[in-house]
Write a protein that binds this ligand. Structure first.
Ligand code: HEC
Length: 259
């Protein structure tokens, strides 16, 4: 396998100019930090939706298809908005929801909590987040949770399709300079994340129809991350630490002699 001829257009990292290697390294470093922040955001926005700490498949189901026994308000109070108020106040609001949204209780217990903890953002000034001033506003967000609405999914889909394509195009292009055999495996690793991007995004919509697609979301996300990590580590290693085989060295010397 070692003697399989190299493609004419193929250059190993070690044959590339310093400036190109520096550019690749800088891009990989910043991309990996971006990836970490994306994971952090994912965790913060999805964990705890099912009432249990941590991130699980049931959190993903609730995020996309909603929950048969929870409302948007309750999911938000247990999940992304949990840090906005002390637990005892969150529990007061949750018991009020479970108690059937009593109108008297709203004025007495709930309105003051909203005023103090929520209205700074939910006063209607931002059209993208629900207004929560009056009793009717709250009844509206306390309807059964149907998960992310279609418009939100379409918006996030196009951002992900463009963004992830850029990330994996850049990472794949850099990784294409690594020496990995067999060649089909290398091609598979380059192509695989693009398949996962599509599977992931289509499963957001499919989870609304059938909950098991939440597993596809989780698995495709995991595989995408694994491909990214693999390409990153192999590229960085071969760029700076790999001892090039003699034929790369010989080829590089030959090019230098000609150029
Ligand atoms: C610092 C600003 C801020 C404060 C304070 C705040 N929120 Fe939010 N809230 C947001 C933003 C931004 C979103 C939209 C986030 C998203 O869609 O992920 C949001 C979304 C929501 C949603 C909708 C979730 C959904 O599924 O669409 C609910 C319900 C909610 N907040 C409840 C509350 C409650 C209750 C409080 C007070 C305890 C509160 N928020 C305090 C900023 C805030």
């Amino acid at each position: 396998m070692k003697d399989e001829p190299l493609h004419q257009m193929y250059l190993h990292f070690q044959e590339l100019p310093w400036s190109t290697r520096t550019l690749y390294t800088a891009a990989l470093l910043v991309l990996s930090i971006g990836y970490l922040f994306a994971l952090l955001y994912l965790y913060e926005s999805h964990s705890g939706r099912d009432g249990k700490a941590g991130l699980s498949v049931s959190d993903v189901v609730i995020a996309y298809s909603g929950s048969k026994d929870s409302t948007r308000l309750e999911s938000a109070l247990r999940g992304p908005m949990a840090s906005m108020l002390p637990t005892n106040e969150a529990n007061t609001v949750i018991s009020w929801i479970h108690g059937g949204l009593d109108k008297g209780g709203f004025g007495q217990d709930i309105a003051p909590i909203m005023e103090k903890r929520c209205l700074a953002c939910h006063d209607g000034s931002n059209p993208h987040i629900p207004k929560m001033i009056t009793y009717d506003d709250l009844v509206e967000v306390a309807q059964l949770d149907e998960g992310a609405d279609l418009f939100t999914l379409v918006r996030v889909s196009h951002i992900h399709l463009f963004g992830l394509t850029f990330i994996f195009f850049i990472t794949g292009l850099i990784f294409s300079h690594a020496y990995v055999r067999p060649v089909w495996l290398k091609c598979l690793i380059v192509a695989f994340p693009f398949v996962q991007i599509l599977l992931d995004i289509f499963s957001w919509y499919l989870t609304k129809i059938s909950e098991p697609f939440a597993y596809v979301i989780v698995i495709s996300g995991g595989l995408m991350g694994a491909c990214f990590a693999f390409m990153w580590v192999v590229s960085m290693y071969q760029m700076w630490f790999y001892k090039p085989s003699e034929r790369f060295a010989a080829r590089a010397a030959e090019r230098r002699a000609v150029g």
